[in-house]
Design a protein around this ligand. Structure first.
Ligand code: SAH
Length: 307
């Protein structure tokens, strides 16, 4: 294109000097000036065209480059979950297995959980007209019909915190062996009868039924989800709550920033990071409490209630 426009212009220049022989010199100069300007303009336009073309090509190349980057990210995510699965294959289906190296704190943990939960429960008969008329309520508002134990393992939390309070409980965990132990060994017969469903699912894929649960309990498993999956899972949990229901998340929280443990693929987040994820999930925090009674060498454990 550049060559064609140059040739056209040279031809014009030639005609111009030919005409100028019979005209004024000044007019010729003005014509030449105009032509020079036109050439410059045309070259500029061509440059803009070339620039646009170059930009488009670069953008296309960038898009091609971005694709493998996205794949790398997904690969990383897959590795994160795969490593956790491998880790739990070797974990015994016992209370010790669920507590890692810290079985001695199980009692304090369960006691702390029971106390925290009781703040959000209304143990009085909900539909009783006289209670409604007298405006009598329990300390909290959540009902005691149904709870969901997320990342339940063998049902340590269900046995000592949830089943003593709720009429029915569902358990969800990615390891079938743990769920079977809950059903066959760990829970009492009366408790097994009140477990409605054992869901063998990854939480990142699990969609709890809408409007079903008074309490959704998420203990020591949020650390096994990526930020994005945790946020989406919390969103789904919110939809699964009955009126006045609450989600309770209990986990190790880093003293600073976020800390990844590659041995079991868990990420401990600072409380503030957790707050950001919770807000992004559209949930409101009702209470935050530190779990007391754990030795200092253990990472701080916090309980967060939200809805
Ligand atoms: N909440 C129980 C068990 C904690 S151990 C308790 O406090 O005793 C962590 C549990 O989370 C294990 O049972 C493990 O199988 C489960 N888990 C880990 N990653 C998971 C995931 N992505 N989806 C579902 N369960 C998971």
């Amino acid at each position: 294109m550049l060559t064609v426009s140059m040739m056209l212009l040279l031809e014009k220049l030639f005609q111009l000097s030919y005409d100028a022989n019979s005209a004024m010199l000044l007019v010729e100069n003005v014509f030449q000036l105009t032509l020079m300007l036109t050439v410059s303009m045309m070259l500029l336009v061509e440059n803009v065209f070339q620039l646009t073309l170059m930009l488009t090509v670069s953008l296309m190349l960038l898009a091609v480059k971005l694709f493998p980057l996205t794949c790398e990210f997904l690969e990383g995510e897959k590795t994160f979950y795969f490593r956790a699965q491998k880790f739990y294959e070797d974990v015994p289906a016992t209370e010790e297995g669920m507590m890692g190296d810290f079985i001695e704190v199980s009692h304090a943990d369960l006691e702390g959980s029971r106390k925290f939960l009781s703040k959000f429960m209304n143990y009085l008969p909900r539909r009783s007209w006289i209670m409604t008329w007298l405006w009598i309520q329990g300390p909290g508002n959540a009902g005691s019909s149904f709870a969901l134990d997320c990342g339940s393992g063998i049902g340590r939390v269900s046995r000592s915190v949830l089943l003593p309070v709720f009429q029915k409980v569902d358990l969800v965990d990615m390891v079938e062996r743990f769920l079977l132990t809950a059903h066959q060994d760990f829970l009492d017969q009366d408790q097994v009868d009140r477990v409605e469903t054992l869901f063998c699912y990854n939480l990142q894929d699990f969609i709890p039924t809408r409007d079903k649960y008074d309490v959704v309990w998420i203990q020591w498993v949020a650390c096994h989800l990526t930020d994005k999956d945790l946020m989406n899972f919390l969103r789904r949990c919110k939809k699964s709550l009955r009126p006045d229901g609450v989600i309770i998340l209990k986990d190790n929280m880093a003293r600073q920033g976020a800390k990844l443990d590659v041995s079991d693929s868990s990420v401990s987040r600072h409380l503030d990071i957790m707050r950001v994820i919770i807000a992004a999930a559209g949930l409101q925090i009702l209470a935050v409490e530190h779990q007391d009674g754990f030795p200092d060498i253990i990472m701080p454990v916090w309980m967060i209630a939200m809805r």
